[in-house]
Design a protein around this ligand. Structure first.
Ligand code: CMP
Length: 835
């Protein structure tokens, strides 16, 4: 068939696809269902025309639709990588990782269970080999979550549930296709291979695919940074990515190309945003959304066109097989949902999923583009016996159609029947509340603009007044729950705190858009805020407080970096973490300052003044915690603090500079050439502020040594030798440096900072220049007290052996340390143990 004909076919289908979209919106049905229906209709009409007496001119057109001139290679190579890459690109990887265990388990185990249950159920009656039955099982084991997720969104299902289903469907595509490839290999003459070899190649293909996708994506992301500000080039580069990893993986390395494409998408979505300007990232996602849409809708329509031909000699036996298959598929899914999933949640790997949601997931297991694409590939593989081809194509299409037309169309009624379409009172109130908030902002804007243009007040009030309260259509029928109708005062506070956190998120995003804060910091803060919102939602005020305290404290990553520094003198990670912390705290302080007026301006008018002190109290507590943590850092590293503040201001300046130049240009005060040069300057300056200044831990032994008066007694020639004995170390506020009762083998000199000794008598504060930890070494006894850092401290650590050397070689130092130890022992004894 000639190229113009193929182009005409595609153009015609694209026209149909776009028009059908309108219909789908009208009927509020997932587009995929209608694509299938329309495809089947076109295919049927074309078949009738071709085989009826209406040949001639029409016959030629009809033939195009019946003998679709698109080969399986097209489906697999052109559409599949794009489709899978796009869906993984939209996934919030960091949150996916939190649920990685259940999702992986669900995806991989569910695919295996479905493959075997369906394959074994069909084998006795299908009349084809077991491998062929299993192959079919693998093809239909993938689920297409798009329709289900659209419905979940509509009914406001918990975000976590949506994530589980989304993640599962993404990974089960990959798992199912790998299994499909392995089984196909087995079917095509790999009869001599053992099951162990099959499992081996499954694992190799999967793990190898992950590695290929990961490396490819890292490489491309590095190049994206280099293509900064050239968004057309950036998108083009990402367009190449899935095809590169797919084909190199599949053909070059013999691993799974599909897994590589999915992994590449996930990696890209995890590490891409901080390295690409927000607007460019948005553009990239928009383009990909369009590409993914083309890929999936074309797969649907093209595959549906073939249905009439596939089902041409459809008979009762086929029908029986389809019925068995449907039943087996449901049983397999039920097994996973009602047996495996509860085990997973019993192991505390995930929250429990309610039975009603499970029913919806069970019935909502629609099959989609991936199954159809694989079926098409099978029908065109000449190496596969004809009866197997027919069996697989008819069965896969049959199940897909059943799920689309029967399950798809009944899913919404089922949800209604189960009562899942009612938001909980809390969610309803939250929604009403959030809507009212944004609407009151609209009212404010209308008023400001009305007055600025000096329109009559009554007129302005009339228009602005329409925005007071929630919009009439947005709420479900029935009594509208308003904020004050939420039962308890605790719930009201909970609601207001959630709204406060949402506003905080918005402010962070505004800064990110203005490029005043770096992508890396934004990612961290957004994650923190998501946790804050989640916990506040589930535990109310107490949850808010707990997370707020955690946010000002040291997280797991920091503690690990600090451990590396303490134990192995590996400083790199600690330097990074400290700089991260600095930036995060500074940003948080700025954001919280901006957030404070929101309480009085927006929340109080809605929730009443009663809650105001409480809200201010919570926010002030957070500001205090943040400021204290920031000040502690700034005290130790004042220069770095100044550097960061300067950088923030510079970024604010750059943003306004860019805006000014753009205005001058658009008003023709400056020409394109000058504008171009100015823009370049701004870009260069911006690139310079993107590089974070390096934090110097300031742990230089000689410099620290000079801060401890004790060592003034050392003659010049002994200084170097002593410096070599001492190891510098940073302690963080709250760190317990010495544990009472431990066996001690080191002592510490304080170069900067402060510690408190919880001595038997009373707390004693030790400052820069003093030392501690000497008593256990001198008196050969366990540590006599806890010593806790109250600020960041730069310490010098001396081992027991080196202390002895030092004491032997310098009398003044020996006397000094020994006297101090003796005096402390006397004090402790005199005051006696504390009660
Ligand atoms: P050590 O017993 O090794 O560990 C705890 C340390 O706290 C101890 O050594 C002293 O260095 C310090 N310490 C104990 N008691 C006092 C005190 N009364 N005043 C100052 N420092 C003390």
């Amino acid at each position: 068939m000639s190229l113009p004909v193929i182009l005409l076919l595609v153009a015609g289908l694209l026209t149909v696809i776009s028009l059908v979209q309108r219909l789908a919106a009208r009927l509020s049905l997932p587009g995929s269902i209608l694509f299938a229906v329309v495809g089947i209709a076109i295919g049927t009409i074309a078949t009738v025309v071709l085989h009826g007496d209406l040949g001639g001119r029409f016959g030629d057109v009809a033939r195009v639709f019946v003998d679709v001139p698109v080969s399986s290679g097209t489906f697999i190579y052109v559409f599949l990588p794009a489709l899978l890459f796009q869906s993984s690109l939209t996934v919030d990887v960091r949150r996916l990782i939190e649920d990685a265990a259940p999702i992986l388990l669900l995806a991989v185990i569910a695919v295996l269970v479905a493959t075997f249950v369906i394959g074994l159920a069909l084998f006795p009656i299908a009349g084809v080999s077991l491998v062929a039955c299993l192959l079919l099982g693998a093809m239909v084991a993938t689920t297409d979550s798009v329709a289900v997720i659209a419905i979940f969104r509509d009914v406001g299902a918990p975000a976590r549930l949506t994530r589980l289903v989304e993640g599962e469907s993404l990974l089960n595509d990959a798992a199912a296709i790998v299994l499909f490839t392995v089984l196909l290999d087995l079917l095509l003459g790999g009869a001599g291979r053992s099951p162990a070899a099959a499992i081996g190649s499954f694992l190799f293909a999967f793990v190898g695919g992950v590695a290929a996708g990961y490396l490819g994506a890292r490489l491309v992301v590095a190049m994206l940074s280099w293509l900064q500000d050239l968004r057309l080039a950036q998108v083009t580069m990402t367009l190449a990515l899935p095809y590169l990893v797919y084909i190199i993986g599949e053909r070059g390395l013999g691993v799974s190309g599909v897994v590589a494409a999915v992994t590449a998408g996930l990696v890209m979505s995890a590490i891409g945003p901080p390295r690409i300007a927000p607007r460019d990232w948005q553009f990239l996602n928009d383009v990909w959304e369009q590409l993914g849409y083309w890929a999936s809708s074309l797969i649907f329509v093209l595959a549906a066109l073939l249905v009439p031909r596939l089902l041409g000699d459809f008979n009762l036996h086929d029908l029986l097989l389809i019925a068995v298959q449907i039943f087996a598929a449901l049983v397999a899914r039920a097994l996973v949902l009602f047996v495996f999933l509860p085990v997973v949640s019993a192991l505390k790997l995930t929250q429990r999923v309610g039975i009603r949601y499970n029913l919806v997931i069970l019935w909502g297991g629609l099959r989609g583009a991936v199954t159809l694409a694989l079926a098409l590939a099978i029908t065109e593989d000449a190496a596969i016996p004809h009866d197997v081809q027919r069996f697989i194509a008819v069965q896969a299409t049959g199940l897909t159609l059943f799920t689309l037309l029967v399950s798809g169309l009944t899913l919404r009624p089922l949800i209604r029947l189960l009562g899942l379409d009612h938001l909980s009172a809390f969610d309803q109130a939250l929604r009403a509340h959030v809507l009212a908030l944004s609407r009151s902002r609209v009212a404010e804007t209308v008023r400001t603009i009305g007055h600025r243009y000096r329109f009559a007040s009554p007129l302005v009030e009339a228009v602005a007044g329409a925005y007071q309260g929630p919009p009439p259509h947005a709420l479900p029928a029935g009594p509208v729950t308003t904020f004050t109708a939420v039962a308890s005062p605790e719930d009201q506070l909970r609601l207001a705190l959630v709204a406060l956190t949402q506003r905080e998120r918005e402010i962070v995003m505004e800064h990110f858009d203005a490029r005043t804060i770096s992508g890396r910091t934004v990612q961290e803060i957004l994650q923190d805020l998501a946790r804050l919102a989640d916990r506040t939602r589930s535990r109310g005020e107490a949850g808010y407080q707990t997370v707020a305290a955690e946010l000002a404290g040291f997280g797991r990553g920091f503690r690990f970096a600090h451990f590396l520094h303490r134990r192995f003198a590996i400083d790199g990670p600690l330097v990074d973490r400290l700089a991260d912390r600095f930036e995060r705290l500074l940003t948080t302080r700025i954001v919280l300052d901006e957030l404070a007026p929101f309480i009085d301006e927006a929340l109080v008018p809605l929730v009443g003044p009663r809650l105001a002190p409480n809200l201010h109290g919570r926010l002030d507590a957070r500001r205090r915690l943040t400021s204290a943590a920031l000040e502690a850092l700034a005290l130790q590293y004042p220069q770095y603090a100044a550097l960061l503040e300067q950088r923030f201001l510079q970024r604010v300046g750059l943003r306004h500079e860019a805006k000014e130049y753009a205005a001058l240009f658009s008003e023709r005060f400056i020409g394109p050439e000058l504008y171009g040069t100015l823009q370049k300057d701004v870009q260069a300056a911006r690139a310079a502020t993107d590089l974070r200044p390096r934090l110097d831990l300031g742990l230089e032994t000689r410099a620290l040594l000079a801060r401890v008066p004790l060592f003034e007694a050392l003659p010049h020639e002994q200084l170097d030798a002593t410096a070599r004995m001492l190891r510098p170390r940073l302690a963080v506020p709250g760190e317990r440096i010495v544990h009472a009762g431990d066996v001690g083998d080191t002592m510490f000199f304080i170069a900067t900072g402060e510690v408190v000794v919880h001595a038997p008598g009373d707390d004693v504060t030790l400052k820069a220049g003093q030392f501690f930890g000497e008593m256990a070494l001198l008196q050969d006894q366990p540590r006599g007290a806890d010593v806790v850092a109250t600020t960041y401290c730069q310490l010098l650590v001396l081992s027991r052996a080196d202390l002895n050397v030092l004491r032997r070689s310098n009398r003044a130092i020996r006397q000094n340390i020994d006297r101090a130890a003796a005096k402390r022992a006397r004090e402790n004894q005199a005051l006696g143990p504390r009660h």
